[in-house]
Write a protein that binds this ligand. Structure first.
Ligand SMILES: [Zn+2]
Length: 227
């Protein structure tokens, strides 16, 4: 009874060592998972009713056999089979380089996707702008709103500046508003309390001076009366 390996050897000599899919030479010494190793390919796949007989088998590379799998042989041209073989050989002999290539391709894909997204966003912006330009009254009203807001912002800034100046020496926080005008004036006077003290002193000093003068005058007039 022939083993699979001896069957492959027989097939190798029968097919003159040529893979019938890629038309390339097969190395009989290579074994196992090497993509260039020899395999028996069923011309009509077993899964589609092909028989496991000599009339239905041909010598092929492992890679070519994998690519063909359950399909008919004319799904790919010999050049495509060859390209696949080269790719698989490269993948098996440079696994790290292969991984690197996959990652590079992934990055390229990501870049393309992001560029596409950016393009879409830019396009959206452009469309929006065009729409706004076409919608002139709305644009004008928006401009008016912006101007109004600018004016109000300027007014608010002036108001804040004024209040800050008024309340610079005040212990009353700028934002707390007095309940009445009396409260406002009280807080203002308190903020100028130095002047208040001065006024107070001047008033009472003058009262003292006047009262002393009056007292002296009264005493003098009394002594005149006594004389
Ligand atoms: Zn081949």
């Amino acid at each position: 009874m022939k083993t699979r390996r001896t069957a492959v050897t027989d097939l190798y000599y029968f097919d003159k060592g040529i893979c019938w899919l890629c038309q390339g030479p097969v190395d009989l010494e290579l074994r196992g998972l090497d993509p260039r190793s020899s395999e028996i390919d069923h011309v009509i796949p077993v899964s589609t009713g092909g028989l496991d007989v000599w009339g239905n088998v041909s010598l092929s590379h492992r890679a070519c056999n994998i690519l063909k799998s359950d399909r008919a042989a004319d799904q790919f041209t010999p050049a495509e089979y060859r390209a696949n073989l080269e790719r698989m050989v490269f993948r098996s002999t440079h696994p790290d380089l292969w991984l690197h290539m996959i990652i590079c391709r992934r990055e390229t894909e990501l870049k393309e996707v992001s560029r596409e997204l950016l393009g879409t966003r830019l396009e959206q912006k452009r469309l929006e702008e065009a729409r706004l330009r076409a919608d002139k009254p709305r644009l004008r009203s928006l401009q008016d709103q912006i101007d109004d807001l600018n004016v109000r912002a300027r007014q608010a800034k002036a108001y804040i500046r004024m209040h800050r100046r008024a309340g610079r020496a005040s212990s009353v926080p700028i934002r707390s508003r007095p309940a009445s005008m009396l409260g406002y004036w009280c807080s203002y006077a308190w903020s100028r309390r130095a002047w208040l003290v001065t006024l107070y002193c001047v008033c009472f000093r003058s009262i003292g001076v006047v009262s002393l003068f009056l007292a002296e005058h009264i005493a003098r007039s009394e002594s005149d009366i006594v004389k």
